[in-house]
Design a binder for this molecule. Structure first.
Ligand SMILES: CCC1=C(C)/C(=C/C2=NC(=C\c3[nH]c(/C=C4\NC(=O)[C@H](C)[C@H]4CC)c(C)c3CCC(=O)O)/C(CCC(=O)O)=C2C)NC1=O
Length: 169
């Protein structure tokens, strides 16, 4: 699992180079955003349960057939599995924000996920709608907390969306 710093060092080490101007500017922007990343992750941790709950309610309002008979989130077990998945996306997104890298998402969340979803009939479209709803809730909460300079907030959520959507039909 890599973060912004270890990825960069790995690239430079692979070619035996000292860090150059470009590397330093990448590092500077990562460190400059560091406090904001940590603060944003703290807001997520403090509000995780309510973010997941609210995102679930909004998702099922927007796509009510999910929780009707025949829907993939119908039955208590599958409803709970759906919210649990949303919680996974939120928690790992908070890690990715702190790391300044989506590597943790690739390694721990997205690997093999599409195949699992396809085999269980979990619909990808509504899943990414749920991820985007959580992104908006996180952005609202972070803004409410008065945390600025956090243009990186979209990154993990949009990455999950892109990676999940890509190979699905
Ligand atoms: C940390 C990485 C990680 C992820 C991401 C993960 C996802 C994941 N979600 C699953 C199931 C599931 N995922 C959903 C999710 C949904 N259904 C819907 O209609 C909605 C669109 C959506 C919620 C937004 C549902 C309902 C199931 C259960 C499906 C079933 O068993 O029939 C399963 C199958 C095994 C199980 O039920 O636990 C996995 C592996 N597991 C992991 O370890």
């Amino acid at each position: 699992m890599r973060d912004a710093v270890t990825s960069l060092i790995r690239n430079y080490d692979n070619t035996g180079r000292y860090l150059d101007r470009e590397a330093l500017s990448t590092l500077k922007s990562y460190f400059d955003g560091g406090t904001g990343r940590v603060k944003a992750a703290t807001v997520i941790s403090a509000n995780a349960a309510s973010i997941v709950k609210e995102a679930g309610i909004t998702l099922f309002e927007q796509v009510p057939e999910l929780i009707r008979p025949g829907g993939n989130a119908y039955t208590t077990r599958r409803y709970a599995a759906c919210l649990r998945d949303m919680d996974y996306y939120l928690r790992y997104s908070s890690y990715a924000l702190v790391a300044g890298s989506v590597d943790v998402l690739d390694e721990r969340v997205l690997q093999g996920l599409r195949e699992t979803y396809n085999s269980l009939g979990v619909p990808i479209g509504p899943t990414v709608v749920g991820v985007q709803i959580m992104k908006d809730l996180v952005k609202a909460k972070v803004a409410e907390a008065g945390i600025e300079g956090v243009d990186f907030l979209d990154q993990p959520f949009d990455y999950i969306t892109r990676e999940l959507s890509e190979v699905s039909i």
